[in-house]
Design a protein around this ligand. Structure first.
Ligand code: EPZ
Length: 433
């Protein structure tokens, strides 16, 4: 049964929220965990659909997965007996393709279904394959599968043609057990890259320079057991920061690394929000309508593309004309039509959204087109006047743990109810008043 959120807008979010572990770090780390035959313990995992699907795929190739709790898992890769990741896993979570680099690095072979396009763009993986070939692997694509194998991987000097998070992580996985030295130039610098590198180093890998555009890897013989805690999710934190500003609230966002949020904090301050940084928390408040600005999404440390729909929603409520340029993905404005139904005034020309700020939005029945756009539409609904239903929330649940629970604890009025359940809608409206 499909679910939807029903939201009564208008409340100013107040109070404290604790951020979960970083989904995009956890996906690379779970794949890396199978590269040793010893037991690895990982905690601060976000309890979200993408993580649970990848853990199922890891079990599917024969690894031992022992869930110690919703945020903690033990993995042992010594029992792996299958090097094939089927299309079903890849369809559910593209990042299953990290198992390519992990299996190739550990067993010198792997077979993974080629991921298709997705909601936000075509998302090719040519740079991943370029890296594997540079390390000496044969890579063939046939019948929708990527087959890769090698006698032995040898280190190489790899120049990425585009800054790619996925390719940087996948190549780093394969290279850490390759013979000799690998350098990845034009590497992605996101916090989750650093977290995956730190995790691999805690298993005995020898990786330097993660977080810069030049990563140097000295291959080692084998990797060993480790215990590791995932960093907090930069994008979940940013989403709550924007929600606090959009609802003219005052929220303390706990369990963050403020340095990872700088691009977001600076933009919020620029348009007039109050942002206060603590060691592992950030407070965001706004008691008036904010101002306009220009946003251009860029690889880290630039403004993150995964925060583009959320900041655009905030600017739709701000004074004046703003522009948002999406320079990473080619189709990441699908939420604009949904926002228009709530009264937003946004025109998309190519990869630029021109936003005329409006005084307020009004509730409507809308649909989440993808993960981050879905979260942005929830922010719009929280700030809007009246009731909003957001369907296709399975996208949102891929990357946000207990989203409605966390928001209700901040004073939101929202519930998850079955789609097309008119009675549940009436019941909610009666209760919400
Ligand atoms: C990761 O996707 C994230 N996903 C995305 O977050 C995020 O939007 C993206 O990085 C950018 O930060 C995970 O980490 C699981 P890329 P990824 O490779 O690795 C092009 C979310 O909301 N490219 O950095 O797929 C590509 O088309 C998700 O959690 C190639 O051309 O992104 C894109 O234009 C959505 N060839 C650009 O590079 C390649 O081989 C950046 O993509 C690889 C990428």
């Amino acid at each position: 049964m499909e679910n939807q959120y029903i939201i009564k807008g208008g409340a100013c979010l107040q109070g404290e929220v604790t951020i979960s572990g970083a989904k995009n770090a956890a996906l690379g780390i779970l794949a890396a965990a199978i590269m040793t035959d010893e037991t690895v313990m990982i905690d601060n995992l976000p309890n979200v659909r993408d993580i649970n699907v990848l853990l199922t795929a890891i079990e599917g190739i024969g690894a031992t997965v022992n869930r110690l709790g919703p945020h903690e898992v033990e993995i042992n890769g010594s029992t792996i007996n299958n090097m094939t990741i089927d299309y079903d896993s890849i369809k559910k979570i593209r990042a299953s393709y990290y198992l390519l680099g992990a299996l190739l690095g550990k067993y010198s072979r792997a077979q993974v279904a080629l991921p298709g396009g997705c909601d936000i763009g075509s998302r090719p993986i040519d740079q991943h394959l370029k890296g594997f070939r540079a390390l000496g692997a044969t890579v063939n694509i046939e019948y929708g599968m990527i087959n890769t194998y090698t006698d032995a991987l040898t280190g190489s000097h790899i120049f990425l043609d585009v800054v790619s998070v996925g390719a940087t992580i996948n190549i780093m996985l394969a290279a850490c057990l390759a013979e000799g030295k690998t350098v990845i130039e034009n590497a992605a610098k996101e916090p989750h890259i650093v977290d995956v590198a730190n995790f691999l180093n805690s298993m005995g890998a020898n990786i330097k320079g993660a977080g810069t555009d030049k990563i140097r890897i000295n291959g080692v013989e084998r990797l060993h057991a480790t215990e590791y805690s995932i960093i907090p999710d930069q994008i979940e934190a940013g989403t709550f920061m924007v929600a606090a500003a959009a609802t003219k609230g005052d929220v303390l966002i706990r369990n963050v690394i403020p340095q990872h949020l700088e691009a977001i904090s600076n933009k919020l301050i620029e348009i007039g929000a109050e942002v206060e940084e603590f060691d592992d928390a950030v407070r965001v408040a706004a008691d008036h309508r904010l101002s306009h600005t220009q946003i251009k999404t860029l690889p880290h440390p630039g403004f993150p593309t995964d925060m583009q729909p959320q900041i655009a929603t905030l600017l739709a409520l701000s004074q004046g004309t703003s522009t948002v340029t999406e320079s990473i993905f080619e189709n990441r404005f699908k939420y604009v039509d949904e926002l228009a139904r709530m009264g937003a005034n946004i025109k998309v020309e190519g990869n630029v959204a021109i936003i005329e700020g409006t005084e307020g939005l009004t509730g409507a029945a809308i649909s989440a087109p993808d993960l981050r756009a879905g979260a942005a539409l929830v922010v719009a609904a929280l700030a809007a006047d009246g009731y909003t239903t957001v369907d296709s929330i399975k996208y949102i649940e891929r990357g946000y743990e207990c989203f409605e629970k966390k928001l209700n604890a901040l004073g939101a009025t929202m519930e998850k109810i079955p789609v097309d359940d008119e009675r549940a809608v009436q019941k909610f409206k009666l209760k919400a008043g």
